[in-house]
Design a protein around this ligand. Structure first.
Ligand SMILES: Cc1cc2nc3c(=O)[nH]c(=O)nc-3n(C[C@H](O)[C@H](O)[C@H](O)COP(=O)(O)OP(=O)(O)OC[C@H]3O[C@@H](n4cnc5c(N)ncnc54)[C@H](O)[C@@H]3O)c2cc1C
Length: 640
């Protein structure tokens, strides 16, 4: 068979499904090719979406019209807002999902899109145009099919030359448990001259919940609130299930220490780096010798199964050792393992080879997204997928590209970090990666990105209506707080309850809300002016947070403005950094390799100092004006 389409997406994981959906929503004729259509949207590891920073990304993907939020709502069986005791800037919605319902919801969302076709096959290579620099013109599959396309998005996850390890020995070829690796595609991409490196990740054993002694583990119920990841579509949420908590102790430490050399990681079988913040149990025992215990979450895999995910015991130790250490944990003494844990090593492409659009610099029209860019996590993959899909679609349709700045979205932070800083371990998002985390909250994702999505044409009519309703609700609520004044008597009760001092004259509700302990509902109840109509509780929470922290939010907005000014100073691809002798050798080398698009991006490259930035501005101005480059050297300023 031969196809012609606008965009081909290679891989049906979290990056691929979002990329395909985004391109199709823009109106690009899109084909998603993946080796097994039954596994579209499969969760390779824990069936959980969200968490700190990651939960914000899931909401950003949704705000851009993506699938992840809807699929999570339709499959979530346990929900918690993490970090609730800390400020709302770091709240992270997290959902445990039903492993079977999530991919089913993803598939349904894909099949709703008229411009998107799905095809089951493995892609073996990318086809380039014949003229020099012509870029990508399509793909070729293992089944011998050719697809011509204006843009190709590769999202092959952990499959490129994937090798699964459990215990010592060379391991077995595999892209995920029970699935073949993609070797031909890995070789084809390497043959195109890309830099390639290896990372590893791992997964814990699963156990049968009927063999757990629940008297010895701590019950953890989900939050009762009716939270939705999707701001546009109200999916029916399944019934909820609890999780449980237990702890490892000295017995587990003994088992792991005695068998360390039998682990693939410590037996020398794995050379790739793993995620530092998601370590295996072997890593935890070795790296934290003084830690007497480690937390273990027992999380349901679904509604119709007793299987539990043993979060915290990721491992590459052999099966007999896994059984021994699992049974050393209180509550799991008689636990039966249903699936063994394993580690997987795979190829990734160091992401300095990409533009901020996720297009590969060296090959016009070729985009990479997800784990193959050195990240880990479903949300990180989905965030990149949606951006790569948008840009592939825009390119194929001859429209200008779309990027997000660091103060607009965690997705912007993620991509900027990847492209300008590179990775030396599997990259995952944290709130600490953002300098504007009060701006990038989960509650305002739709306010930040919804209008951008609508402008691009990413939203359906129903989604646009939902967006307009939400905006109208927010502006009504906001107006109430700004326009409504409470007198000293009206406010006395609620201020006393909040432990705040009294007021002497009529005071705007917005100002009272800024006082610690004063809540929106209390102000509605105390004011004589009728409260705004009840309705969208998510809109109320978003306005409440925005007003409560307005001073800090405003300060962050001002800092973002400064960065924006730097972002206006563009650095074209052809800047001859090598010739700029006023720059340090390290800065010249890194700028030449990374080729940042703006001065702001240059400033975030480790090793490029403030002095280098000042010199860079002078050099680029001179170069633009046709003057001699590098006549003066100014050194010695502090590192940026
Ligand atoms: C064992 C294991 C443990 C993990 N542990 C964690 C963890 O603890 N925490 C965490 O956050 N993340 C973890 N992950 C990572 C998480 O699964 C990934 O980050 C996420 O799935 C990446 O999404 P992706 O779309 O990039 O790739 P994937 O979800 O892997 O999807 C890749 C897709 O590409 C398809 N594909 C591959 N080759 C081809 C080809 N040649 N042609 C067409 N299609 C192809 C595959 O079939 C698949 O559909 C783990 C992954 C694995 C495998």
């Amino acid at each position: 068979m031969e196809w012609t389409c606008d965009v081909v997406v290679v891989g049906g994981g979290h990056a691929g499904t979002e990329a395909a959906a985004a391109a199709a929503r823009l109106g690009a004729r899109t084909l998603l090719v993946t080796p097994d259509l039954e596994r579209v949207g499969q969760m390779s590891c824990n069936p959980a979406i969200g968490g700190i920073a990651k939960g914000v990304v899931a909401r950003e993907v949704d705000a851009l019209g993506g699938i992840m939020g809807r699929a999570t709502d339709a499959s979530r069986i346990h929900f918690r807002m993490l970090n609730r005791r800390r400020g709302p800037a770091v709240w992270g919605p997290r959902a445990q999902c039903d492993r079977a319902l999530y991919p089913r919801a993803v598939r349904r969302c894909l099949e709703e899109l008229p411009g998107l076709d799905l095809f089951q096959d493995r892609v073996d290579g990318v086809v380039l145009g014949e003229e020099d620099g012509a870029g990508v013109v399509g793909i070729v599959t293992q089944g011998g099919h050719r697809v011509r396309a204006g843009a190709v998005v590769v999202t092959a996850g952990t499959f490129l030359r994937g090798r699964i390890h459990r215990g010592t020995g060379p391991g077995t070829a595999g892209g995920r448990a029970g699935e073949a690796p993609s070797v031909a595609l890995a070789e084809a991409l390497e043959g195109m001259g890309f830099e390639v490196a290896r990372f590893k990740t791992g997964t814990p054993p699963r156990i049968d919940g009927r063999t757990v002694d629940y008297g010895k583990v701590e019950l953890q119920e989900g939050d009762p609130e009716d939270f939705r990841f999707s701001s546009y579509t109200r999916e029916k949420v399944p019934s909820q299930r609890p999780c449980w908590i237990t702890w490892t102790g000295p017995a587990l430490r003994r088992v792991v220490e005695e068998n360390l050399q039998r682990s693939a990681l410590y037996g020398g079988e794995i050379s790739g780096r793993g995620p530092r913040y998601c370590p295996s149990i072997e890593d935890k025992i070795v790296r934290f010798p003084d830690s007497p215990r480690h937390q273990v979450f027992l999380e349901p895999e679904g509604l119709d199964t007793t299987e539990l995910y043993v979060n915290g015991l990721s491992t590459s130790l052999p099966g007999d050792v896994q059984e021994a250490f699992v049974r050393s944990v209180p509550g799991l003494e008689r636990a039966r393992i249903t699936r063994l844990g394993y580690a997987i090593e795979y190829d990734y492409f160091p992401p300095h080879q990409l533009r901020h659009t996720l297009e590969v610099r060296a090959v016009p029209g070729l985009f990479f997204a997800g784990q193959i860019n050195g990240t880990t996590g479903y949300e990180e993959a989905a965030g990149q997928g949606v951006m790569a899909g948008i840009n592939a679609g825009l390119r194929a349709l001859g429209r200008p590209s779309f990027t997000l700045e660091r103060d607009e979205a965690y997705i912007g932070v993620l991509i900027d970090d990847l492209v300008t800083r590179g990775v030396d371990e599997p990259y995952r998002l944290f709130t600490s990666r953002s300098e504007f985390r009060l701006l990038l909250r989960q509650d305002n994702a739709v306010a930040r990105l919804g209008p951008r999505a609508a402008e691009l044409g990413l939203l359906t009519d129903a989604q646009e209506t939902a967006l307009e309703d939400r905006q109208a609700a927010e502006s009504r609520i906001h107006r109430w707080f700004v326009d409504t004044r409470l007198g000293p008597e009206e406010a006395a009760g609620l201020l006393e309850e909040a432990g705040a001092g009294g007021i002497t004259g009529p005071t705007p509700a917005a100002e009272l809300l800024r006082r610690p302990g004063v809540e929106a509902e209390a102000l509605f109840a105390a004011a004589t002016v009728p409260a705004p109509p009840p309705g969208d509780s998510a809109a109320l929470r978003a306005v409440e947070i925005e007003l409560k922290y307005s001073g800090y939010v405003e300060r962050e907005r001002q800092r973002a403005q400064v960065l924006r000014a730097r972002a206006q100073f563009e650095l074209p691809e052809s800047v001859p950094y090598d010739a700029f002798i006023t720059l340090s050798a390290e800065a010249r080398e890194k700028l030449t390799r990374i080729r940042p698009g703006t001065l702001a991006q240059a400033g975030r490259i480790p090793g490029v100092s403030q002095a280098d930035l000042q010199n860079l501005v002078m050099e680029v101005r001179k170069w633009r004006g046709g003057g001699t480059v590098g006549p003066r050297v100014r050194r010695g300023a502090s590192r940026g």
